[in-house]
Design a protein around this ligand. Structure first.
Ligand SMILES: NC(=O)c1ccc[n+]([C@@H]2O[C@H](COP(=O)([O-])OP(=O)(O)OC[C@H]3O[C@@H](n4cnc5c(N)ncnc54)[C@H](O)[C@@H]3O)[C@@H](O)[C@H]2O)c1
Ligand SMILES: [Zn+2]
Length: 349
């Protein structure tokens, strides 16, 4: 088993092991024994994994209740959040009970936000079942729901008590959703881990647990130094400013990870084309995106993308914190005036 201990405002372990869900009760026991456990999941994940987790919890003497909502980002709303809170109250969850998020990033973000706010905070455990949620959203304590005005506009920093990653659950993931997670994996390599880029070039077969471990360890290091994203944590947004713009321009038809891949590629090409970053960086990124069935370009114009970026919530006044590639496996945070963005995006299309 691989273990990453996160030391943020709270300290917790991320356990990574193939087949972990089949014997997770030993690891869950210290956090759930004798309590009510409310499992939150979605209607794709629940038929696959809910019964197994429920049985393990019942073996520990827990009362288990479960709330299952329709899968997908369209459910990450204030309405579903309200339904989860209502469900917790109806089932009499108290502050000493526990919420378990079983699913991808949508489940984790919503169950986490419900845990942060129900009774001013109850414990929660993340059991991520997508690659993206294993390497990114289940670690670091960001929880959120969307508003009609934009994604993740309401949320809290609230750390889980435990994260259980079973890479075997990835075997049921559709290929495009696995690819989405790969975009975030490639992102970790690009921001600070050239060695990870080399591993990815060789292929993930038989090494996915090692890759998840490496990504989680990077996130652990960054989050432990900057939990609330006042500085270094912004590096994790590499490719995201332009990526979010691509998502918006496509009316959310193109998935998040794919858009992050496109965002990283546009930005990297721009810095290479303007002589500010070595060509090897662009070549390595484009090859990896292709290898993992992701795109490196889109059909939107610089005008369309920059106006979509103007509405990005990460915009701060007249400038934006752009994460820029400075070399292979190296990035920096650069405060960039909004009026410089057009030239940057145009140079990378
Ligand atoms: N909190 C953070 O730090 C953070 C970081 C990155 C992304 N996010 C959020 O994460 C969300 C995206 O996460 P996601 O890509 O996991 O999306 P998701 O939760 O919607 O999962 C994608 C799809 O895969 C299905 N699925 C999940 N696990 C499966 C499995 N093992 N087998 C078969 N199908 C499975 C789901 O039902 C869903 O249809 C976004 O809402 C994003 O804002 C949060
Ligand atoms: Zn992302």
């Amino acid at each position: 088993m691989k273990i990453v201990t996160v030391n943020a405002s709270a300290s917790y372990d991320v356990l990574i092991e193939n087949g972990l869900l089949q014997n997770c009760k030993d690891y869950l026991a210290p956090f759930v024994s004798g309590k009510t456990a409310a499992i939150v999941s979605d209607d794709r994940v629940a038929p696959l994994y809910l019964k197994g987790v429920k049985e393990q919890l019942e073996d520990l003497g827990c009362k288990v209740v479960s709330f299952v909502f329709p899968n997908g980002e369209k459910s990450k709303t204030i309405e579903t959040y309200g339904e989860i809170l209502g469900f917790l109250a109806q089932n009499g969850l108290t502050r000493r009970d526990v919420i378990i998020a079983l699913g991808g990033g949508v489940v984790g973000d919503m169950a986490g936000f419900a845990a942060a706010t129900y009774l001013r905070g109850v414990d929660y455990i993340q059991i991520p079942t997508t690659l993206l949620s294993m390497v990114d959203s289940s670690v670091g304590g960001k929880t959120a729901i969307d508003l009609p005005a934009g994604k993740n506009l309401v949320g809290a920093f609230y750390q889980p008590k435990l994260v259980l990653c079973d890479p075997q659950t990835l075997s049921t993931l559709p290929q495009e959703i696995f690819a989405d997670g790969m975009a975030e994996v490639i992102k970790y390599g690009m921001i600070c881990d050239e060695g990870l880029l080399s591993i990815l070039k060789e292929g993930v077969s038989g090494r996915i647990d090692e890759i998840i471990f490496r990504c989680v360890a990077i996130k652990r290091d960054i989050v432990s130094r900057d939990e609330r994203e006042t500085g270094e944590r912004k590096l994790l947004n590499f490719g995201h400013s332009i990526g979010h713009a691509v998502e918006k321009c496509s009316n959310f038809e193109i998935s998040h990870g794919r858009c992050v891949g496109i965002g990283m590629a546009i930005l990297t090409r721009s810095f290479v084309n303007r002589g500010l970053c070595e060509k090897a960086c662009e070549t390595a990124l484009e090859e990896l995106l292709k290898q993992y069935h992701l795109d490196d370009s889109c059909d939107f114009s610089a005008d369309q993308l920059v106006s979509a970026m103007g509405a990005d919530k990460k915009r701060m006044g007249k400038a934006i914190d752009l994460i820029i590639p400075t070399g292979l496996g190296k990035t920096a945070i650069e405060k960039t005036p909004m009026d410089a963005l057009y030239a940057i995006v145009f140079a990378g299309l």
